[in-house]
Write a protein that binds this ligand. Structure first.
Ligand code: GLU
Length: 332
């Protein structure tokens, strides 16, 4: 009897081993995908959650119709754009949301990616516009970049897109970290609270409009968003395809009593050339077949237009899994 149990167990182990061997580890791993986002009060987090929601919706429909993709998706909160690109490169994340400027620099080996071009970075689609905001305390007296001198300014956590874009502005304005009274490295979630608690005077944030994080500071404690439209920003927009002027409309937040003009980027969805073509195809299909639902999940998504999403603000080559779907739809 005992012998039988052991051999039954041995058989079960052997069968188990056999069936595991039948699925290549890469295939098994790719059934679970992870998407890098940003801080939990930003818009990237909603992008990641929404993509996963569409992937799971397509999975549920597929179980009824027999068109199964078998993908399970998670979208954890992360440090933001450059963190996501770095983790995709390491193979730790399959997809990520990243600012169009950092997609450009990572692929082309420019700016902070000088000498470190990531040629396997692949574009999937672009999402919402992200104006670069400088948010200042209501009574801080800060009305321009130059007024930040001697103030406590949050330059952002390393790995965030706004940290990179703030460094570009600092370089263009000739501002050094030591020109600020303090340059803090708070995350996007910490910065609004710090501003309202009087621990900092201002912060820089590249983010979709509107969003919960910014409203904590504007609606919560009277913080304001300032204009950035000097010759410095004009120079940046004129010289670089990934920047454009952007307007934060009057009335967006309680303290937005006039349109705010600033420059900005686009949020983009990226992956690696090493991610399986079928996985990218299924994710893209799930999003675009359910784009109406997707648009309803955040006000920043309401104007998403597939024809623009597949070409605007993308500087890395499109992943072949995405191209396959866009061609099927006749969009390419
Ligand atoms: N643009 C920010 C970044 O790249 C993230 C904005 C968001 O979380 O919505 O880090």
């Amino acid at each position: 009897m005992r012998k039988l149990t052991v051999s039954t167990l041995a058989l079960a182990v052997a069968v188990g081993a056999f069936s595991l061997a039948g699925t290549s580890p890469a295939e098994a791993k790719k059934k679970f995908i992870s998407i890098g986002t940003g801080g939990p009060t930003g818009v990237y987090f909603v992008v990641g959650q929404s993509v996963c929601r569409m992937v799971h919706k397509a999975a549920a429909e597929g179980r009824k119709t027999g068109r199964k993709h078998g993908i399970r998706c998670s979208a954890p909160s992360t440090g933001g754009s450059n963190y996501n690109i770095g983790q995709i490169k390491e193979g730790e994340l399959d997809f990520g949301v990243a600012q169009s400027d950092w997609q450009f620099h990572a692929y082309n080996g420019s700016s902070k990616y000088k000498g470190k071009a990531y040629k396997k970075l692949r574009a999937v689609f672009s999402v919402h516009p992200e104006p670069y905001h400088i948010i200042v305390g209501g009574d801080s007296g800060i009305a321009s970049w130059k007024d930040l001198k001697g103030k406590r300014f949050n330059i952002g956590n390393p790995g965030s897109g706004q940290r990179g874009t703030t460094e570009v502005l600092m370089q263009k304005y000739g501002t050094k970290t030591s020109d600020f009274q303090v340059a803090t490295e708070l995350t996007s979630t910490e910065q609004s609270k710090a501003l309202c608690d009087g621990k900092i005077d201002a912060y820089g944030y590249t983010v979709g409009v509107p969003n919960a994080g910014v409203s904590v500071a504007t609606d919560g404690c009277g913080a304001k968003i300032i204009n950035l439209k000097t010759s410095v920003e004009k120079g940046l927009v004129d010289a670089n395809p990934y920047y454009a002027f952007a307007t934060i409309p009057k009335g967006t937040y309680k303290t937005t009593d006039a349109d705010v003009t600033t420059f900005g980027v686009m949020a983009t969805f990226v992956t690696s050339a090493d991610v399986d073509e079928n996985v990218v195809y299924e994710v893209v299909r799930a999003v675009f077949e359910n784009l109406d639902d997707f648009r309803g999940l955040h006000p920043a998504f309401k104007n998403l237009d597939p024809k623009l999403m597949i070409k605007n603000a993308l500087s890395a080559p499109l992943h072949p899994g995405a191209v396959k779907y866009y061609k099927e739809k006749g969009w390419m």
